[in-house]
Design a protein around this ligand. Structure first.
Ligand SMILES: NC(=O)c1ccc[n+]([C@@H]2O[C@H](COP(=O)([O-])OP(=O)(O)OC[C@H]3O[C@@H](n4cnc5c(N)ncnc54)[C@H](OP(=O)(O)O)[C@@H]3O)[C@@H](O)[C@H]2O)c1
Length: 305
């Protein structure tokens, strides 16, 4: 399926996932309106401008999740909107301001803009496996978690899982708004992503992966999925799914397999996703760190180039 002649929007275009999504969309012929908070930061824009097709079909525009109406003019004329922008932070002393507000208000802000225009045919929101698995439901080797599951906000709050709370509340708000306003919504629930970075600076999850590659202790990581598979699945979710449906994307990591539960891959596989072998994904991730000169032996303070 070609994207020629179609205009789509990617929020938070310079992020780890979004950069891959923009690349794949441009390769498929789409015209992409990518939003950024700061159009003057070379670290955010140069890798995007260097993509094939960017000169002709990539338009970078300023928009902020917390600014009402910020996305109105951006989504106007777009057939599809990929809302990936959301803060990724696993440690914070200000969860409301740093995570929950931008995730929830930002999602509603983008959806509100979509509901004001007639061009938008479908919205694909990047949620997370974190908005699915954090609850008190019994898990066991025979339990398969799928897209029908939801994390429990009370459980997230009690266990101070602020990122999971932000993604859970944002996903819930998205479903509610979409239902009330007749928006065709697809929610993606990817696992922890590995795979090469296109952007020059370390995003939070790649930084954790770098720690893992250095042999440092990190919190248990399960259900890896390659960033390229996730980006491709976003496009398939826009192009293929006829009905609003949510999609769990995940891949068990053979190195740190979680014995307590399995995660369904059915929805993702129904989109034609042929998951990349984790060995390949991990190898490519480490190669990407080397290429960008993030030494595997440096301290955290030396990460930024
Ligand atoms: N990486 C993973 O393993 C993983 C797994 C599951 C789901 N996800 C989801 O995937 C999406 C992208 O994550 P990522 O890993 O690619 O992280 P990332 O590289 O940090 O990208 C996050 C993006 O969100 C933007 N953003 C944050 N706060 C914003 C605000 N107030 N206004 C406008 N933009 C804002 C950031 O823009 P700035 O650069 O301006 O801050 C950045 O472009 C997120 O929704 C995340 O929850 C990620």
């Amino acid at each position: 399926m070609s994207g020629e002649g179609k205009v789509v929007c990617v929020t938070g275009a310079s992020g780890y996932v979004a950069s891959w999504l923009v690349k794949l969309l441009l390769e498929r012929g789409y015209t992409v309106k990518g939003t950024l908070r700061n159009l003057n930061d070379p670290n955010q824009i140069l890798h995007l401008k260097a993509l094939n097709g960017a000169d002709e079909r990539l338009h970078l525009l300023q928009a902020d999740l917390l600014e009402d109406g910020s996305f109105d003019s951006v989504v106007d004329g777009c057939e599809g909107v990929f809302h990936t922008a959301s803060p990724v932070l696993f440690s914070t002393t200000h969860p409301q301001a740093e995570l929950i507000q931008p995730a929830v208000q930002g999602t509603l802000n983008v959806l509100r803009s979509c509901s004001k225009v007639t061009s938008v045919r479908r919205v694909v929101v990047t949620a997370s496996i974190a908005s699915v698995t954090f609850n008190k439901k019994t898990k066991g080797p025979d339990v398969v978690i799928d897209e029908t599951w939801f994390s429990d906000p009370v459980f997230c709050e009690e266990s101070q899982q602020w990122y999971a709370l932000s993604k859970t509340l944002a996903e819930r708000a998205a479903w509610k708004f979409a239902e009330e306003n007749g928006i065709d919504l697809v929610v993606m629930n990817p696992g922890f992503m590995s795979g090469p970075m296109l952007q020059p600076t370390l995003n939070v999850t790649s930084a954790i992966f770098l720690d893992l590659a250095k042999g440092k202790e990190v919190f248990p990581l399960y259900h890896f999925v390659d960033v390229r598979d996730v980006s491709y699945a976003h496009i398939m979710a826009f192009e293929i799914l006829r009905l609003a449906a949510d999609t769990v994307l995940s891949k068990d990591n053979k190195c740190t397999e979680d014995p307590t539960h399995e995660v369904s891959k059915k929805k993702a596989e129904s989109l034609g996703i042929n998951f990349m072998a984790m060995e390949v994904s991990f190898k490519d991730t480490v190669e990407s760190f080397k290429e960008k000169t993030f030494s595997l032996y440096k301290n955290q303070s030396e990460w930024q180039m």
